[in-house]
Design a protein around this ligand. Structure first.
Ligand code: ADP
Ligand code: MG
Length: 701
């Protein structure tokens, strides 16, 4: 206690006792370097252990707390391969239950007959059809010492357990919280009935009850949204409507004649908007303002074609174009299409990603700088300082929600006068879109290419497993292909009660369907591996692809006819809609099966929206109403959580109040209106935070 004074929020975690080099490295992989980072490492969920169930009303669906007294002494036995199994019986006033621990012989010393514990686990029936609980969490009940009801679940990594992390966070809160400044102006805080920062941070980790938790989430979400709103405003006022280059009038026939289809009305309108912005539009001084436009349209509506026409316009006008997408798989797929189309038109196209070989990268840098390359398609690799353009006139980012504002702005640094087009497949409700894309003009694509068939959607529980498997087989036998999406990579025993991950799922399916080639894809694989797996699937060499949500973004395999989503209740509706959009892209009649064992009314109501609604905007609105705005800010499953440079909405991903974003964004507008440069002393901290998002590089100080 006496050395508390030597700590501040900026103190490196390595100063804490118990953090050596290995642990520091594990913490770093979670983005934790300082005490402040520890304090802001927010739980991703909570276990409510205060809500105690009884064995009479046992729950086999989910983990619950039970207060039980040990009835028998622990008996341990060795089973196969050096595993030990330890068992005893425990009871409460309504019944009794067998408690089982695997590979934990030490529990013999923990559980003595007559002692009472709070267990947290899922009840099931053993082979003898008797109630049983495996590997529950346990805490001794000590009279006079109350237990915490809400137990935080943190994003973890190898080498850091919940226990260790919790201890470090407690220390950080104790030492550094009193020294943390609250950047939120008092007036705004009170107007929005928000708690102080230090109270919110304490409660977000260790809430005493659900009210305290909700209050804390509201406050921290508000902060994130406000920062984001300020960053958007700063970026917008600093750059918007700068001068743009002028494109020349062109005839699109040479490219549209290669498409093999007619553009839809919305696609024509979108191209017209782009044409107007870049060719026709002038300000009072007769100059062309730089385009800053977002193209929003449901999955499969055909945004890529609009981008291609825009690139054609740029190159025909004597400029270069860059297309940035969030994943290598998507970059490769876009590149393949663009390469064949534009090469035939005499234009030079290059692909630049993190896995492009160094020698090839060098050639691309040279080609871009000399102007020899007309179009570059790539990932974040395009942000490299080594990439310079002779005459960059158009910057397109696809699937915008995966990039931060900063990255969008950063690419723009490469050519101040380039036009910018952003494409998003997330049908964001209007209220949020205005705030999130306040600096952009919006074009909406509202129709679909003709002849699209509806993807019939079913909601079933795992009792349908056998029927699902034969349906997979049927699809494959008929020549179709199937995606299966699981929420986790490996079954995560820490908190999911053995939820089946993509890897285990695929293994099991391989034994059940030995004649079918089943591939696995997840975010922890190397890029080259991922590409190879995806390519095999696209070429039809594998028929079933079991994956995490990495496939969600933009992937196009027209032969795929079946999408199965496991634990569907864990996904946002908009995300499910995105996943469903991966099938039904070709001529095959396609199906989507949502598997969920969660029978709660709320969950069923949500999933049933998917059965009856096929319009992305309608789904987004219903999701907003049913689940609150959190999903729109969550980073969509585990695979992109640590995407570099992107802005993470950690607290905002958990809020349920649909009005909070608008409140925060309007507070941001108010602040900017009064103090456009955030120059007032009371805005100094806000300014620092907003700039950190708007320009994470040190270019703006
Ligand atoms: P998204 O908007 O989700 O990015 P894509 O651009 O990938 O959609 O288009 C989905 C599919 O629809 C592609 O195979 C594309 O060639 C096709 N497509 C696009 N526009 C049309 C159209 N007007 N008529 C028919 N098919 C189209
Ligand atoms: Mg797309």
């Amino acid at each position: 206690m006496n050395n508390i004074t030597k700590y501040s929020p900026a103190t490196p975690v390595t100063e804490l006792s118990g953090v050596g080099r290995a642990r520091a490295a594990s913490l770093a992989s979670l983005g934790i370097y300082t005490l402040r980072d520890l304090i802001y490492h927010l739980p991703r969920a909570y276990q409510n252990r205060g809500d105690v169930a009884t064995l009479g009303g046992f729950d086999t669906e989910r983990e619950r707390a039970y207060v039980l007294t040990v009835a028998t002494s622990v008996s341990s036995a060795k089973i196969k391969r050096g595993m030990t199994i330890s068992k005893f019986r425990a009871f409460d006033e309504s019944g009794s239950c067998e408690i089982v621990f695997f590979n934990a012989p030490f529990v013999k010393e923990v559980f003595h007959v007559g002692a009472t514990f709070r267990f947290f686990g899922r009840c099931s029936f053993n082979k003898m059809r008797r109630l049983s609980m495996s590997n529950p969490k346990y805490e001794p009940i000590i009279p006079g010492v109350p237990l915490d009801d809400f137990v935080p679940i943190y994003p973890l990594t190898a080498g850091i357990s919940t226990k260790i992390l919790e201890k470090l966070i407690r220390t950080a809160l104790e030492c550094a919280l009193p020294l943390l400044d609250d950047p939120l102006p008092e007036g705004i805080r009170l107007d929005n009935r928000l708690p102080s920062l230090s109270l919110a941070l304490r409660d977000i980790h260790f809430p005493s009850d659900d009210e305290a938790l909700a209050r804390a989430q509201r406050r921290l979400a508000f902060d994130e949204l406000l920062r984001f709103g300020l960053a958007v405003s700063i970026t917008a006022s600093g750059r918007k409507r700068g001068r743009g280059v002028k494109f020349s009038p062109v005839d699109f026939t040479p490219i549209t004649s290669t498409l093999g289809f007619e553009l839809t009305k919305s696609q024509r309108d979108a191209v017209n908007d782009i044409y107007r912005d870049t060719v026709l539009s002038t300000d009072e001084d007769g100059r062309t303002p730089a385009m800053a436009r977002i193209l929003v349209g449901d999955v499969g509506c055909g945004k890529t074609v609009c981008a291609e026409l825009a690139m054609y316009l740029a190159v025909k006008s004597g400029y270069q174009a860059a297309l940035m997408v969030p994943t290598e798989i998507l970059a490769k797929q876009h590149f393949d299409e663009i390469y064949s189309r534009f090469t035939a038109l005499g234009m030079k196209v290059a692909l630049l990603t993190g896995s492009t070989r160094a020698s090839e990268k060098k050639l691309i840098y040279e080609g871009a700088e000399s102007g020899e390359i007309d179009i570059i398609v790539g990932t974040h690799a395009l942000l490299s300082d080594k990439l310079e353009f002779a005459k960059l006139g158009l910057i397109i980012t696809d699937e915008q929600h995966r990039f931060g504002v900063s990255q969008r702005a950063h690419l723009k640094d490469k050519a101040e006068n380039a036009h910018m087009l952003v494409m998003s497949a997330t049908p964001i409700p209007r209220t949020l879109a205005l705030a999130l894309y306040g600096d952009l003009d919006i074009t909406r694509i509202t129709d679909m290419p003709r002849g699209r068939m509806r993807v019939d959607t079913f909601v079933v529980d795992s009792g349908y497993r056998e029927r699902i498997n034969s349906f997979i087989k049927k699809q494959v036998v008929e020549g179709g292909q199937c995606y299966i999406v699981c929420p986790a990579i490996e079954g995560d025993e820490e908190d999911d009660g053995g939820l089946e991950g993509a890897i285990e799922y695929a293994d099991r399916l391989r034994t059940l369907l030995p004649d079918i080639s089943i591939a696995t894809l997840h975010g922890k694989m190397r890029t080259a591996e991922k590409d190879a797996v995806m390519l095999d699937f696209a070429l039809g060499k594998s028929q079933v692809l079991v994956s995490t949500t990495v496939i969600e973004v933009g992937v196009n395999v027209p032969n795929a006819s079946l999408m199965i989503v496991e634990c569907a209740e864990r996904f946002g509706l908009s995300q499910l809609h995105q996943l469903r959009g991966r099938v039904g892209r070709g001529k095959r009649k396609s199906y989507c099966i949502l598997v969920s064992d969660n029978k709660s009314e709320k969950s069923m109501a949500r999933l049933n929206v998917m059965r009856t609604t096929y319009d992305g905007y309608e789904i987004a609105d219903k999701d907003l109403a049913l689940r609150g705005p959190g999903d729109f800010f969550s980073s969509n499953g585990g695979d992109n959580l640590r995407q570099s440079g992107g802005f993470a909405f950690n607290a905002a991903a958990m809020i349920t109040d649909p009005e909070l974003p608008e409140r925060a964004f309007s507070a941001a507008r108010e602040i900017i209106l009064r103090d456009p440069a955030l120059a007032l002393p009371e805005h100094a901290a806000l300014r620092r935070e907003a700039l950190a998002i708007a320009a994470p590089s040190s270019t703006i100080s």
